[in-house]
Design a binder for this molecule. Structure first.
Ligand SMILES: Nc1nc2c(c(=O)[nH]1)N[C@H]1C(S)=C(S)[C@@H](COP(=O)(O)OP(=O)(O)OC[C@H]3O[C@@H](n4cnc5c(=O)[nH]c(N)nc54)[C@H](O)[C@@H]3O)O[C@H]1N2
Ligand SMILES: Nc1nc2c(c(=O)[nH]1)N[C@H]1C(S)=C(S)[C@@H](COP(=O)(O)OP(=O)(O)OC[C@H]3O[C@@H](n4cnc5c(=O)[nH]c(N)nc54)[C@H](O)[C@@H]3O)O[C@H]1N2
Ligand SMILES: [Mo]
Length: 765
């Protein structure tokens, strides 16, 4: 059996194992409805059950096997809680009081129960009927001078059905303003992959993981954020595939893993080494590292021992000569300085890659939330193209998505920069003039609220006020809206940082039965491997007043537009979601016979053009990109004024789901009972005259001309294995440090993983 460990020491057990089971049980018990929780769990990710709301990792094709993880348990326990934030709760706690609560305390109040209205005058949310709530929204929307003054935000848990209806409503209303969580998440993957290979999605399926000779995991912490992926990596590692982790931090889950679903591993206390190679580059150093790998491949490729797939390059690719020139023009000194990795180590990685005939690259937020994320993703693809690793079994690109249906939301039209083909197809199907002008992304929406050019905010799920950058500025922006309204399951920061008036519209969760006039409904979602499958809850709704997200959007659309758009009967679509799926099938390629195909046990796969080696790019080829490395990352800046500038990344603990905080521990990183911690290299701690456990304030180093003070107070220094000059701390506590204007080049993602900061000891109280 696995040995017990001292909670105060860094975690030394393998990830998963007994501790994961222990923690799962604790969270089920805390949900105060453990029996319901267990019953619910057995249906997670099973045919006929519901899609786990935890993450977008693909389902394991072995039917009958339990397919959930510790953090899926937390997500489910969180939803099936017996606690309620009902009308009595809101009568007891004023908005001014609720604003002083922590994010943790707000969500702990339990499930939202009935629609609530804040009139901007008396400091309390009051119950309101559904119809009155819809009418309030309709009145505000219809009073706008331009449809572009409305913002329709989506968080990626929404189903395909509601997302489709939502975009149809927004566009029939007249705008493409669909900011979404993806703008803060994998946007750079969509943009970069689109430019390189003509699809914004990953090119692999679960089967490819069984055939890969090497798997490189870049900037991702699957032990916490995609725990079911560890089982996939473990299997690959056991059969001899090389697993390489490239991560700023030494993450436990990427080192050793004991599968809590493997009775044998649990009983004998064994575990599997996940990655045979673990490289810790500096924050944002991945592009330089990849460039170094490319340099090695080019230098060591020979007719006798080819490292490149020249036939593939000749037949399928564009721009190889320019890329070669760009690689040759990049010196090793720049590469090692920017990546923080020695040449010999980069060459070792390159040799593993060069000698593997089938390689998968996976990545997540460590790659997508930097200023040069698009260029880095294109560099990842450059490497894949050099060896023909796209459209080959056991090989490909795998951006591991976050929210369980964020990919599906994009597919069905949640996109502020919609492709012309989507707009054309909508125009052909419907009798309204489809808006052609691009809409606003998340950061642009905040700016528009500040400028008062957007004044009505509707949030389909999520927690806009907490997930976005520059917290003080964003709260000011939301506060200036005429109306903010949120379709949600639990109370969060966005409900208490209101517009002049505000609505809370409480909805059913994934685990609950969705009854409409035609009977019980199912919904559909798409995972990171482009598998579309159904999801159906089996629990009684938390309260009788809850409505489904689909019914709520239909209600808002009916109140706002009525039957003014002929051919769209909003309410009838919500009566029977098959009608929405018929619309999706008529408008979107790949969804033919949607209502029939969704009944096959594990759903169906949406064909990926790049995986078929069809390149839907402007050149009709797969494009190499010849971007230069960034001139200067934060750690390469010359120091002025004596104070050290560090690069801060903001990331997730093991006990949170984005802005939802389940608990105060981060087991694998050895943190107990607190979240205001700053991970720091021991040498930096000494150099700054600090000690482990000292308290510091963190201040953003602004761009010239920006004099906003961005600061967070009283963070505890924790010694950690992290490269010098780099820091890490949890989100959303650190979001006040991210300047609104600091976004990735070529896409609007905030630079959440590279913030220039300085430290000062917290003054004694
Ligand atoms: N339990 C749980 N599951 C989740 C979520 C959750 O909050 N909780 N969130 C969901 C969502 S929306 C998303 S997007 C995903 C997020 O999944 P992840 O991307 O794994 O999430 P982060 O915690 O942001 O972790 C980023 C990882 O990248 C590393 N990293 C940071 N910067 C760099 C860099 O410059 N280079 C390299 N090589 N590594 C770097 C960090 O050390 C960390 O290990 O998870 C999804 N699943
Ligand atoms: N500093 C920093 N900021 C970040 C990130 C980071 O790494 N660092 N990551 C970014 C990323 S990757 C993402 S995806 C965003 C996340 O941004 P969002 O998606 O906006 O935020 P979440 O925290 O996932 O939203 C949580 C809320 O969703 C609601 N909810 C939960 N389940 C349901 C449901 O079934 N239906 C509905 N309607 N509502 C539901 C609950 O009320 C809950 O409070 O944050 C981004 N912000
Ligand atoms: Mo995300």
């Amino acid at each position: 059996m696995s040995q017990d460990h001292d909670d105060n020491l860094p975690y030394t057990n393998a990830a998963g194992g007994w501790d994961a089971l222990k923690s799962s049980a604790k969270h089920l018990i805390q949900s105060e409805d453990a029996a319901k929780g267990v019953k619910t769990l057995l249906k997670a990710n099973q045919p006929g059950g519901f899609d786990c709301p935890g993450c977008a990792w693909g389902e394991t094709p072995t039917a009958g096997k339990i397919d959930f993880c510790e953090n899926g348990v937390k997500a489910i326990a969180w939803e099936v809680t017996s606690k309620r934030a009902d009308a009595a709760f809101f009568a007891q706690h004023s908005l001014s009081e609720l604003r002083t609560w922590s994010d943790y305390a707000l969500e702990k109040s339990g499930r939202l129960c009935e629609p609530m209205w804040y009139d901007g005058v008396d400091d309390y949310y009051r119950p309101i009927s559904w119809q009155q709530a819809f009418d309030k929204i309709a009145t505000e929307l219809n009073a706008l001078d331009s449809a572009n003054e409305a913002l329709f935000y989506t968080s990626g848990r929404a189903s395909n059905e509601v997302a489709y209806l939502y975009q149809l409503f927004g566009r029939a209303f007249g705008t493409n303003n669909f900011p979404d969580c993806s703008n803060m998440c994998h946007e750079a993957s969509g943009v970069g992959l689109g430019q390189s290979i003509g699809t914004g999605k990953g090119t692999v399926t679960m089967d490819d993981f069984d055939r890969a000779e090497a798997i490189f995991v870049f900037g991702q912490n699957p032990g916490t954020n995609h725990p079911r992926m560890l089982a996939t990596l473990r299997k690959a590692s056991k059969r001899g595939a090389q697993v390489v982790a490239i991560n700023n931090l030494k993450e436990r889950g990427l080192q050793r893993f004991s599968d809590p679903q493997s009775a044998k591993e649990l009983l004998i206390g064994s575990s599997t080494a996940i990655s045979q190679h673990y490289i810790t580059p500096r924050l944002g150093g991945d592009m330089a590292l990849l460039r170094g790998m490319a340099k090695y491949l080019l230098a060591n490729d020979s007719p006798e021992q080819p490292l490149l797939d020249h036939d593939f390059i000749a037949q399928h690719c564009n721009g190889f000569a320019a890329y070669q020139a760009a690689v040759n023009a990049t010196g090793w000194q720049k590469i090692t300085e920017q990546s923080g990795v020695e040449q010999a180590e980069i060459e070792k990685l390159a040799a593993i890659y060069g000698n593997s005939q089938r390689t998968i690259f996976t990545w997540a937020m460590g790659i997508t939330q930097h200023r040069h994320s698009v260029a880095t993703i294109r560099e990842l693809v450059n490497l894949l193209l050099m060896k023909g690793n796209i459209g080959k079994a056991g090989a490909g690109a795998c951006p591991v998505r976050g929210h369980s249906n964020v990919q599906g939301n994009r597919t069905v039209g949640i996109n502020e920069r919609p492709p012309a083909a989507l707009l054309d197809a909508l125009q052909q199907r419907y009798d309204f003039s489809v808006p052609r002008e691009d809409g606003l992304n998340t950061v642009e929406s905040i700016q528009a609220m500040l400028d008062k050019t957007a004044t009505v905010f509707i949030g389909l799920g999520g927690n806009f006020a907490a997930a976005t950058p520059d917290t003080a500025v964003t709260h000011r922006a939301l506060g200036s809206c005429r109306l903010s309204s949120h379709i949600s399951t639990k109370l969060n920061r966005s409900h208490v940082v209101t517009g002049q008036q505000a609505l809370i519209l409480p909805c059913l969760g994934r685990t609950e039965i969705d009854r409409q006039s035609s009977g019980e409904q199912m919904i559909t979602v798409e995972d990171s491997m482009s598998m579309v499958h159904s999801s159906q809850g089996s629990n009684e709704p938390a309260t009788a007043q809850l409505r489904s997200e689909t019914a709520i959007i239909a209600g808002i659309a009916q109140a706002t537009l009525g039957q003014s758009v002929s051919g769209i009967d909003w309410l009838s679509m919500a009566d029977d979601y098959q009608r929405i799926r018929d619309e999706i099938a008529a408008v979107l390629p790949g969804f033919e016979d949607f209502n029939q195909r969704i009944h096959s046990e594990r759903g169906f796969h949406l064909t990926n053009s790049a995986a078929q080696r069809q390149w839907r790019t402007k050149t009709s080829s797969a494009n190499f990109s010849d971007s230069k490395l960034p001139d200067e990352l934060i750690h390469e800046r010359k120091q002025h004024c004596g104070k050290t500038t560090f690069t801060l990344q903001t990331l997730r603990s093991h006990d949170q789901y984005n802005t939802t905080i389940y608990g105060m521990n981060d087991r694998y990183r050895g943190v107990q009972g607190e979240r205001r911690v700053l991970f720091m290299n021991v040498k930096d701690i000494k150099k700054e005259g600090l000690k482990d456990g000292d308290w510091i304030d963190i201040t953003t180093v602004n761009q010239p001309g920006d004099d906003t003070l961005r600061q967070v107070h009283r963070f505890k220094v924790v010694e950690f294995q992290i490269p010098k000059g780099c820091l890490a701390a949890y989100y959303p506590e650190t979001n006040p440090l991210v300047p609104l204007g600091s976004t990735a080049d070529g896409c609007g993602t905030p630079t959440y993983k590279s913030i220039a900061v300085q430290l000062t000891p917290t003054a004694a109280e």
